[in-house]
Design a protein. Structure first.
Length: 63
């Protein structure tokens, strides 16, 4: 699996629905590739921040 394929599948959500073999190869790629590990970590942090912001907006009083 190339970095481009890994990043596309990670950001599009295809790894969640992927089969066992594809998740295995994605995990192997992530173990070997420092840049993809960093990207995945940053992507998760961004996702958490966006979810928290969305929760904040949902709880804000309406004008």
């Amino acid at each position: 699996m190339t970095c481009k394929e890994y990043i596309f599948k990670l950001t599009s959500g295809q790894l969640v629905d992927a089969g066992l073999i594809e998740r295995f190869w994605a995990g192997q790629h992530r173990l070997m590739c420092r840049r993809c590990r960093t990207f995945a970590t940053n992507d998760e942090k961004l996702g958490k921040a966006l979810r928290a912001y969305r929760a904040h907006l949902d709880g804000a009083p309406k004008e």
